[in-house]
Design a protein around this ligand. Structure first.
Ligand code: SF4
Length: 274
């Protein structure tokens, strides 16, 4: 005989699971091409959840350049514009200036933002364009087969640094977020990850802040870096890649807010107003 209390609990659990896993409207109902364990798909979902929650789907424009996320337009059901490799922030600048009522974001990997597009990135941020930059940092060139990126850690083995990244010939890894944070045009800079529910929640919060900053015209770039997995490039299983991030990567790329808007000082109350 079935237990009505147990059935009730199961029903509640199922309802909760359906609520939790239901696809948000702005994410297309299409199987993603990303490798198992890749962080791109999680970040895609989070961006679209934020877009839906802020009710900005009809006026959001995303810019995706070259990299594993080159097909982002297949998954994100907002207006999307392709950019040449490294030029996403320049294209986003043009879109935002011509259509200032649109909410514009770029979605770039480290090969795009931190290598070929470093110049565009720095100058866009230095100009303080009112856009959101989403930077997916997995420390390797995933799409082209796992070559060393500017973000590869010292000692990191890739197909172009087979004995490990050696600073005497390869230089040092770039901490882009720390590098751009001092620029006056950088309004909000944060670094997050998506390897657990806790990290996912924080990343979503950061994305919400970033998009709200743009909606409210705070003036300046909101920059959200997400430390992501590339199990294929790293030649690891998804679980091994999560452990690698926690054991090795997060001590160099520390998670958390790097630049938050200064709190607005409350005006002092004069004696006549008291
Ligand atoms: S190669 Fe790496 S970054 Fe690209 S889809 Fe696969 S896991 Fe993701």
């Amino acid at each position: 005989m079935s237990d009505p209390i147990l059935e009730g609990v199961q029903c509640e659990l199922l309802n909760e699971m359906n609520t939790v896993w239901e696809k948000t409207d702005s994410l297309m109902d299409t199987p993603m091409h990303y490798c198992p364990g890749c962080g791109h798909s999680v970040v895609h979902r989070l961006i679209m959840e934020v877009v839906d929650e802020l009710d900005i789907r009809g006026k959001t424009v995303g810019v995706a350049p070259v990299g594993c996320s080159v097909f982002a337009y297949n998954y994100l059901n907002v207006d999307m514009q392709q950019a040449a490799h490294g030029r996403a922030t320049a294209v986003a600048t043009g879109i935002k200036r011509v259509l200032p009522d649109r909410i514009v974001f770029t979605y770039q990997g480290d090969g795009d933002l931190a290598a070929i597009g470093t110049g565009e990135t720095i100058h866009t941020i230095n100009r303080g364009e009112n856009i959101v930059i989403i930077f997916i940092n997995n420390g390797i060139y995933g799409m082209t087969g796992g070559q060393m990126a500017p973000t590869t850690l010292v000692g990191g083995k890739t197909s172009t640094s087979v004995f490990g990244r050696d600073t005497s010939t390869h230089g040092y890894p770039l901490r882009i977020a720390e590098m751009i944070a001092p620029l006056p045009g950088a309004y909000y800079v944060t670094r997050q990850a998506v390897i657990s529910a806790k990290h996912v929640r924080k990343t979503k919060k950061a994305l919400t802040i970033a998009f709200k900053n743009q909606i409210e015209g705070k003036g300046g770039v909101s920059f959200v870096e997400v430390i992501s997995n590339c199990p294929s490039g790293w030649k690891m299983t998804p679980l091994q890649s999560n452990k690698w991030l926690e054991d090795e990567i997060f001590s160099f790329y520390e998670l958390g807010d790097i630049k938050v808007p200064a709190k607005i000082k409350k005006p002092e109350i004069t004696s006549t107003e008291q």
